[in-house]
Ligand binder design. Structure first.
Ligand code: NCD
Length: 295
């Protein structure tokens, strides 16, 4: 290198010998000895809980974190989503968490030695939220599975990736999952749910858990034939409606919550609500997942 090591402003600043030594060093270093693991979070859709809990989980595991910001990235120069993700992987982070509006086909991303984690892909799945929610229930019930538990999921089930992952995982853990949603939000596929109802009046009041979900208006093309007020009137969880269920019935909501739409605000502060436990447990579960996937 030139005598002033603090500047590299032009290729002219390296002598021929320095240039070849530098290339040799690049080849022999590779990506280093992985003493310090690196997580990249790339969220192309809004997030509060998922991104920050992954980042806190990584810091707690002594990893370094790099947060991708799409607004200041080459996407503003026209680079497309798959190409952007492929480039982030090519830089060799130990793990990459991605949230985006389409389902990702790992085959199109090219070979990578990085662990790829789904932070929510469109309407498809949100697997770490389901792990978090099921862990929260197992922790509360002090059990290893959910057999014999009855779970009622209410809301925009068709468009909720949280619901899709949860129906699969809760069922696998032995729960009976029943869905309650108005016409435009009904699930048209079989993910293992054991039933579907269309009104609170038809609920099994012996249910152990009620999970409320947000209406995913940003995913719905065209006008939704149901206002927030109409949804709350027919499907919103109120203390009054909750009073019809057994006293030990717990309430989950993956967030973000719209009070006065999915639920009355007082519900969130009811001792039966596990909504903040879900957020706290999100860090624990993501720590365990990173630890497992990187070991
Ligand atoms: C959800 C999401 O983004 O999928 N939230 C979350 O990650 N906890 C649910 C939603 O947006 O309604």
């Amino acid at each position: 290198m030139s005598t002033d090591k603090k500047k590299f402003l032009s290729v002219d600043d390296l002598s021929d010998g320095e240039l070849h030594r530098l290339f040799f060093r690049a080849r022999s270093n590779g990506f280093g000895n992985h003493n310090k693991r690196i997580l990249v979070t790339a969220f192309f859709e809004a997030s509060t809980r998922t991104r920050i809990s992954f980042e806190i989980a990584a810091y707690r595991l002594n990893m370094s974190v790099s947060t991708f910001d799409s607004s200041s990235s080459s996407m503003s120069k026209g680079e497309d989503l798959v190409e952007t993700i492929g480039n982030l992987l090519a830089m060799g982070p130990d793990a990459l968490v991605v949230r985006q509006s389409i389902s990702l086909d790992p085959a199109v991303l090219g070979h990578s030695s990085s662990v790829l984690i789904n932070g929510g892909d469109g309407v498809n799945e949100h697997p770490t939220q389901a792990l978090t929610d099921c862990y929260t229930l197992l922790d509360r019930f002090k059990t290893d599975d959910l057999s014999g538990k009855k779970i009622l999921i209410i809301g925009d089930i068709a468009n909720s990736r949280v619901a899709h992952s949860n129906i699969k995982l809760m069922t696998r853990l032995g729960a009976q999952v029943v869905l309650l949603s108005p016409e435009p939000f009904r699930l048209e596929t079989d993910l293992g749910q054991s039933g579907e109802i269309f009104s609170f009046d038809n609920a099994d009041f012996d249910t152990d858990v009620i999970m409320c979900l947000r209406i995913q208006r940003e995913r719905i093309k065209g006008a939704v034939a149901l206002s927030d007020e109409e949804f709350f009137h027919g499907y919103g969880l109120t203390l009054n409606r909750l009073g019809r269920f057994k006293d030990s019935c717990h309430i989950l909501h993956p967030g973000p919550i719209n009070f006065g739409v999915e639920m009355e605000q007082k519900i969130a502060f009811d001792p039966r609500a596990l909504i903040r436990d879900q957020v706290r447990n999100g860090v624990l579960v993501r720590m365990a997942l990173l630890d497992y996937l990187l070991s």
